[in-house]
Design a protein around this ligand. Sequence first.
Ligand code: FAD
Length: 475
Amino acid sequence: MNSPDFDVIVIGSGLGGLAAALTAKENGCRDVLVVESEGVLGGSTRLSGGVVMGSRSRLQRAAGIEDGEDDLFKEYMAINVWDVSAGPVERWASRSGDTIDWLENHGVPFYERLIFSGDDRRPRGHCVEGGGQAIVDALVPRCREAGIEFALGNRVDELVREGGGVTGVRAGGETLTAGAVVVATGGFGANPDYLARHYPIAWVPGETFYIGADGARGDHLRFAEQLGAQLTGENRGLRMLNPGVDTMHEAFLPGWTILLDKNGHRFCDETAPYGILDSLMKARDNVGYVVFDDAALRPPPELAERYGDAYKQIWPNHAKFKPKHYTADVMEQFKDHDRVHIAGSLDKLAASAGIPEPDLCGTVARYNQLVEAGEDTDFGKAARFLNPIATPPFYAVEVRPTAIAHTGYGLRIDDHARVIGVDGHLIAGLYAAGECTGGIVGPTYSGSGSSLASAAGLGRMAGEAAAEYVLPALA
Ligand SMILES: Cc1cc2nc3c(=O)[nH]c(=O)nc-3n(C[C@H](O)[C@H](O)[C@H](O)COP(=O)(O)OP(=O)(O)OC[C@H]3O[C@@H](n4cnc5c(N)ncnc54)[C@H](O)[C@@H]3O)c2cc1C
């Protein structure tokens, strides 16, 4: 048999692809190619905030944070009520600290201070100085130094399968052969048809928008159809709350808001991580109302500092979070929008928003009592965010979780990132990493950093397994 053009071809140049390519090379592969459909490397990775989740890294230990060997795995399973592919998740989680060390060894510039990624028991969010772009800027030169080739502006149309295994890729009429292929094509947020079909809970025609890269068209779903690969994780991902007035995405609610369901009832600590808010909205028909008063928009000078401290998320690699939609200017701009309600009294606000008036008024009265007492004994929001809702005019902004940051439906893999076929057998020579995999994101998106962590972790697993598969043929 002729030797293939490449030992390994990796499709996609985000963190999943870069980690797979570099690892394949480190594990003995000679010729490795990364094919990228766009004219720029890095996919959604480069646009990302650059928080990477990891347990038991050097940095975490240096910060004096103790993490048990399988704490991350157990917490991940609990928050997802075991509704994920436990095998790959366990292997990914158990190596997550090692993966952070590996990224650091390759020049990814992490801050020393870790953050809480989401609903985790201890800080595991490793913040990259310079965000996701800095990850790409560190890894791409490492890949080039190692001799990995890049082909930009080449969208892989299909995979080549011969004798039961995957043996190459086709792009723009050209065929390249390979000992193994790693699919690392990201998610499908940029493909409205796939969003409507595979993430219907996120799909509101005319409103849903994606905040990631254009290349996230879901080509892995086409490859799966072509090869008979299993898919899993339908209707999973990460949605963020959006008022529907524009496509500016806002990760967190200011602490001085209250978030109500359509019956006018409060249901959570409004400073909750976005993955938690996403799940809470699922249980409430995906509609909420962000309610606040005019003092929050125009605080008197003596309270400006108090209202200015509106976020519990303080990230070393991010400017201080500030409200984007919930400002005097934006409220003025959209005051006639049917999702923005402004009224001089709470009963008029309820009538305008279509929320039952006794419930809205009662909820605000109860909240103001908690503020007065200085403790949110209903939902546990920190005392420093408790400000009365008492100064007219009052605002109620209808929000829906329609800003998409991640899609979770993709290729089913085993604990070595090998793709599983519909017939239950592994598809020889085929591996997958990153957002194109399914079964890693469960019913609740577990927190900032889990996507980059799984992209890097599964990428390393795919690179190792691909090398192990092709090396005997190279000997
Ligand atoms: C604004 C934003 C902020 C985020 N912040 C964070 C964060 O701080 N922490 C975190 O954990 N997660 C974050 N995420 C999610 C995270 O960035 C992604 O899940 C992760 O980067 C996906 O990595 P990936 O390698 O799987 O895909 P990508 O980085 O999207 O790379 C996939 C690449 O494949 C290419 N491609 C697609 N199809 C083809 C084809 N047929 N042929 C060739 N190339 C193809 C694409 O063009 C793309 O470059 C964020 C996402 C967004 C959008």
